[in-house]
Ligand binder design. Structure first.
Ligand code: SAM
Ligand code: SF4
Length: 338
């Protein structure tokens, strides 16, 4: 049986450039919506994210958690505090738990394994890890312990821009690690920051092609938001519309992938995250980081900036989703096969 619409196999670089330039937004967004609906219906998967440490040994030029930011009050959650936040995520109907932190090796391999075991023993949640660059041995042990997914964004596939923006990271090693993660059987996520200072549409088009070639389960693209305590503080914020175009193109090229509507969209323009759900995205990730450290996960201005408490924040997100005729879902929401 042939599908109702054939997923676009691959746009050429030239075609992507045209779409990025706004060549045909109505066509792009309506086709992306249809492709998302075909893969996931009207469901929007809710992932609870617990940002358990804002310590980072890296110094990425775009990120507020960079080690060079001496203004930031740092925190690390204990195992018990993390588990309490996880209980809340489960109680509030999240189907997936995302554990994220700066690149913080204070949490040893066994600490994370123990955490995974404890969560899996108590809850039916899928577990996504987003802990940055860790060794393949550690990644293998966590997979063994029951972790389902790993998210490691390249931020860009342009070597020069990568080196300029992530001075302590190694391009080849990160890409190799990503392939290792896939080989370990994780559902694997990668992504980019759109409008990262220095990024041209040509770089962006090639990034979209590289992401597609990796045959990923999750693809994250969100706009750059300038943080005052970084070397990129004076660069302009990214464009919401450009980021929407990117999510829509990625959807057409990767019909079964999970594509989150990022909080950086919301930081730039209230409502932009929900609108992304009509433009290729199908996932949202509300934060369950405890209220006393919530605002210290200060990746960029506007991240974890809401003054409201958890219940109220969740209600806002769920209402935004419903206003677009979509349905917040508690399913674990695995990617559809490639
Ligand atoms: N340390 C881990 C890593 O880098 O893979 C995970 C945590 S890191 C804070 C999560 C993501 O935040 C990064 O992959 C990056 O895409 C995003 N991010 C950081 N600074 C940003 C900024 N100024 N604007 C938009 N996204 C940003
Ligand atoms: Fe650290 Fe990740 Fe921020 Fe880079 S993006 S400084 S690795 S938290």
């Amino acid at each position: 049986m042939s599908p109702v619409i054939a997923p676009e196999s691959l746009f050429s670089e030239r075609q992507i450039l045209e779409l990025l330039g706004g060549g045909d937004d109505d066509w792009l967004f309506s086709r992306a919506r249809l492709a998302t609906q075909l893969a996931f219906g009207d469901q929007v998967f809710m992932r609870g994210i617990v940002e358990f440490s804002n310590h980072c040994r890296n110094d990425c030029h775009y990120c507020g958690l960079r080690s060079g930011n001496r203004e930031l009050g740092r925190y690390r959650l204990s195992q018990a505090q993390i588990l309490e936040a996880v209980d809340q995520a489960a109680a509030f109907g999240m189907g997936t738990l995302v554990l994220q932190s700066g690149d913080d090796n204070k949490y040893r391999c066994d600490d994370i394994s123990q955490l995974i075991h404890q969560i899996k023993a108590k809850h039916k949640l899928a577990i996504t890890l987003s802990l940055g660059d860790r060794s393949l041995e550690e990644l293998a042990q966590w997979r063994q312990a029951g972790a389902d997914r790993y998210l490691l964004k390249m931020e860009t596939f342009d070597r020069r821009l990568f080196a300029e923006s992530r001075p302590r990271a190694n391009f080849d090693e990160r890409l190799e690690r990503l392939r290792g993660i896939q080989a370990l059987g994780y559902q694997t996520g990668c992504g980019i920051i759109t409008d990262l200072p220095g990024m041209t549409d040509e770089i962006l088009a090639r990034d979209i092609i590289q992401l597609t070639r990796l045959k990923l389960d999750m693809i994250a693209c969100g706009p750059f938001v300038a943080h005052p305590q970084t070397p990129m503080s004076l660069s302009g914020n990214g464009s919401v519309l450009k980021s929407h175009r990117v999510s829509a193109i990625l959807r057409l090229m990767n019909p079964g992938a999970n594509i989150p509507a990022t909080s950086s969209l919301e930081a730039l323009e209230p409502g932009a995250r929900a609108l992304a759900l009509l433009r290729g995205c199908n996932v949202v990730m509300p934060s369950f980081t405890p209220q006393n450290v919530f605002s210290q996960y200060d990746i960029y201005p506007g991240k974890n900036a809401a003054k409201a408490f958890l219940r109220e924040r969740l209600e806002v997100i769920r209402n935004q989703i419903r206003q677009h005729g979509l349905e917040p879902s508690s399913a674990r929401g695995d990617a559809r096969s490639h």
